[in-house]
Design a protein around this ligand. Sequence first.
Ligand code: HDE
Length: 714
Amino acid sequence: MASARENDIPIPGSPSPVPPTLEEPTAPRRPLPPKPDQDGPEVRTPTGAATDLPGGTVAQQGAYLTTAQGARLPDTDHSLKAGPRGPVLLQDHHLREKITHFDHERIPERVVHARGAAAHGEFVANGAAASVTKAAFLQAGARTRTFVRFSTVLGSRGSLDTARDTRGFATKFYTHEGVYDLVGNNIPVFFIQDAIKFPDIIHAGKPHPDREIPQAQSAHDTFWDFVSLHTEAQAHAMWNMSDRALPRSYRMMQGFGVHTFRLENEAGETVLAKIHWRPRLGTHSLTWEEAQLAGGKDPDFHRRDLADAIESGALPEWDLALQVFPDTPEETFEGIDLLDPTKFVPEELAPLQVVGTMTLTSNPSNFFAETEQVAFHPGHLVPGIDVTNDPLLQGRLFSYLDTQISRLGGPNFAQIPINRPHADVNDMLRDGMHQTAVHRGVAPYHPNSLDGGCPFLAGADLGGFVEVPAAVAESVKERTKPASFDDHFSQATLFYRSLTPIEQRHVIEAYSFELGKCYEQAIKERQLAALANIDEDLCAQVAEALGLPAPAPTVDIADVEPSPALRQVGETWPVSGRVVGILADESADSAELIAVRKALHAAGTVPLLIAPHGGMLHGQPVQRSAQTAASIELDALLALGPSKDPRTLRMLDELFRHGKVIAAAPAASPMLEDADIDLAAPGIATGDAAEAVTQLLDLLGAHRVWQRMELLPV
Ligand code: HDE
């Protein structure tokens, strides 16, 4: 190519216009294949044969960098310029493709539940549900792949995990009868009774529209303005002020379908049912201080915990359980309106019947492709499970399909690998943005003769989804609700009075904190008036913290029978996956160090060695140094050696105040004294290292040392 530089004004000392030399590509290496259990679901043609759609399961092919069109590239670090110091040329198609694609890398985040973490799993049914539902994935021995996404509700995609908030618990079952989505929360009641109010509650909970603060919090005026004016939200708000809104881990959270569903068995008989997930590890929470510390020290606390536990082999498990009610025309049970989503049914009145177990087995390979693009919808149903007329559920049936169209860019989101059914798909939906299927035939309409009448219709006998012919009462068209939806306080009272004293104390502290962050006096007073109708003592204590008078109730406070099943305190649970810090320094006995580590592993816990420095200690890899260790990530601490590091002493103080088990070998006792820790306090295990480990594991089963927390000042 002729040089255009012959007539250039020479600039002394300027380098000659030699094109940059291209570096050799590094030795070709095949991309890692996806792990077998992380493959996207198979794609199937109408006849059922698996197809090999490009880009289906493996995004990268070959060892060389290419353009999106497959042309190999020699350089991706320098744009094409008119000489090394010249302007960039418009003809640089690789630059334009790379930057243009980057410019469009983000999709709109979910309008709610934007922040989440997910994992792949498997569900195995035990057959107990067969008498009430014909759903194939609930029949004895059926194994079904699942994908579960946990989330907070209010915060945006980059917000902290440990906000005080409801958590989403959405499960996609890839059944051979089509996808079934159970799109639930970790709290069994909801803020509103009618979907038409969803934008209102969410606008109230989201950051204020003028300054966009506070992020991922309910401790602000608009939230409490809405909740205090709109008393049907009081029951859910009560759960949010309890420890349930601060899960210790996604692995230790219950899940609830919230609504009542209608199940149908092979004989066509129906029941009403509520659907629960029960974690095998128990339901556990953070303290409010831990949640706040985690928000700063590790905003990815829950995301990391889930991924690390799965990676370490501590696979989380949940039992799926049903509460079953007779399908009566009133749709009530023991006086509770089953169509009112602000109500739950205590387990003591309708025991949980376990119908199967889910194990999360692997982490996603790519966050965007799987966790971000997964699209749940309560209308993704399979034969045997149908909806009821719960007005909240009815609105959701519209919303979830609609939202994916803007979030995922069009109506073909079911073709995204993570959303593809593991069942034959033969719809008559055609074209549209991001269409990746190559449809055959000429007659995507019904009836047709040109494609031989294909695809055919399937009645219930051929596995078709036939809506349960539930009776619809004759009525008039009106914007109203049943009178039974008018009780807004009794279940908040039931929940509060079922808790243990320490859990109640947390609720009082939470209301005091949240209302204390509101500026408007009228909002605080109105919320106190609502609390007065729930429990007078609760109201009085919150009023005292706010420095306001406690109002008198305006309704008769419900006389409730407490539900002990709601308590998180008082039982013991498996310690599998719990994180135990081992604090040691060079003075530690290396054989002892190895022995305690082994013992903790053998018990199923995850030991973390904390030393004054990183690297190795006595041949053992150090996971945390005095600088990087944080009390929030430990469920218990085993101190083998002393430390004078102020950061370690602060960590000990936090562990003590948060009711964590602390075990100390003799060499560590002086350090505990330096940290002002009373060795005689509950949950302080002493003795030689082996004895300390035994005691620690024993105490850890209760999740926290509750007796110590009860003794500590607020
Ligand atoms: Fe949702 N909800 N929701 N919701 N919801 C969404 O759908 C909506 C409700 C829940 O991990 C959105 O794909 C309305 C109850 C979870 O991807 C949106 C109403 C329960 C997730 C939506 C409700 C939930 C969502 C936003 C009132 C518990 C996250 C993005 C009628 C039973 C799913 C999306 C995931 C997500 C609408 C109420 C749970 C906008 C209109 C009740 C777990 O469609």
